[in-house]
Design a protein around this ligand. Structure first.
Ligand SMILES: [Zn+2]
Length: 255
């Protein structure tokens, strides 16, 4: 069934299906000749030019990394890849497999968590703990770093999650908190608990999202004790690794 859906979604006539840019995957180090599709299609995502969601051909057919995985990995490689003695403690929320597999090559102590939710079927490694992001089973200041890549848009109590992420991070530690957002909206849209699947698609753009973030979504989180740290990625690198041309790395430091 999944294979059928995948094939049904592959539009070889669509823009950017073939690797005309000769881009590489920075995770598996391969240069595929095509890119697989990902993303949901909805009028809201299109209307508000949402970055980090919507249909696009960006998945590596070899390691199955997405554009946002490669964006995060680019930062991690800069930070950890060449530092084999770092011994950093990382909390990896809903770990993306292509990134998760790299930890064993780096001297990083990674803890993976996810909340096993009905309807989601992810085959995580058995070491990934079942945990709720709004009630984490870790002591204060446990981690040097957190990766939470496209998770918060699924969490009803956003600020409980932000407070927990802040609590388990050490002072000076950093968190990558990617979410899809609209660069042309100033107010976020929030899902009503009463909404059904179609109403969520029509209001926040995707059936399993509970809000549509506005521009600079991290601004609401800074008052919890974070500082935004800019991380520049030049256009050439973005093209070379088939990243989104404008998606920022949402990198926050705990004050
Ligand atoms: Zn790859």
């Amino acid at each position: 069934m999944r294979l059928f859906l995948l094939i049904a979604n592959v539009n070889i006539f669509g823009r950017d299906f073939f690797n005309h840019d000769k881009a590489s995957c920075n995770i598996c180090q391969r240069k595929p000749w095509f890119w697989l599709p990902r993303g949901h299609n909805s009028a809201v995502l299109k209307e508000f030019k949402v970055i980090g969601a919507g249909p696009r051909n960006v998945d590596c057919p070899i390691c199955f990394s997405s554009d946002r995985d490669r964006l995060v990995y680019h930062y991690l490689e800069n930070r950890f890849g060449k530092d084999s003695t770092s011994k950093k403690s990382v909390l990896h929320v809903a770990p993306e497999k292509p990134i998760w597999k790299r930890w064993k090559n780096w001297d990083v102590q990674a803890t993976g968590i996810d909340k096993r939710t009905k309807g989601y079927k992810f085959s995580y490694h058995k070491s990934v703990l079942n945990a709720d992001l709004t009630d984490l089973p870790f002591e204060d200041s446990r981690f040097d770093m957190i990766i939470c890549n496209h998770v918060l848009e699924h969490i009803p109590d956003e600020y409980a999650a932000i407070m927990e992420l802040h609590r388990v991070l050490r002072t000076g530690g950093s968190a990558i908190l990617q979410v899809p957002f609209s660069p042309i909206r100033t107010q976020k849209r929030v899902n009503s608990k009463l909404f059904n699947r179609m109403q969520r698609i029509n209001w926040v753009g995707q059936h399993d999202h509970v809000r549509l973030y506005a521009n600079e979504p991290w601004k609401d989180w800074l008052s919890y004790g974070f500082e935004f740290i800019p991380f520049e990625i030049n256009r050439e690198t973005r093209i070379n690794y088939r990243m989104h041309r404008e998606e920022p790395l949402i990198l926050l430091k705990k004050l």
